[in-house]
Design a protein around this ligand. Structure first.
Ligand SMILES: [Zn+2]
Length: 103
């Protein structure tokens, strides 16, 4: 079993860990930014060209500004699309009365 190297000060190890964690965080930020830029804009379905409708902004999609999950009524395609300026926002999830009333 190897003994820890006593010549390296404790603060140097802490700084090394912080630098490595910072590099991991920077990598995640860059990948997230690139993934966000790759989300296409528009309302047309990329598979069939039909009109899509915006679905509820739920889950992690709510954290992405200007992004909504869309669904194609013609072919069933569903994925994220950026909203162009002037387009209505996706509906905001509301608490359902059916759940409380039991309908
Ligand atoms: Zn389609």
């Amino acid at each position: 079993m190897l003994a820890p190297d006593r010549r390296v000060p404790h603060y140097a190890r802490v700084i090394a860990v912080l630098v490595l964690l910072g590099l991991v965080a920077l990598r995640l930020l860059i990948l997230g930014g690139v993934a966000f830029l790759l989300i296409p804009a528009g309302r047309r379905c990329p598979a069939c060209g039909g009109e899509t409708i915006a679905l509820e902004r739920a889950g992690w999609v709510r954290m992405l500004p200007g992004v909504a999950r869309r669904w194609c009524m013609h072919c069933g395609w569903s994925w994220l699309r950026k909203q162009k300026a002037g387009e209505p926002l996706a509906p905001v999830p509301r608490p359902s009365m059916e759940r409380h009333v039991g309908i």
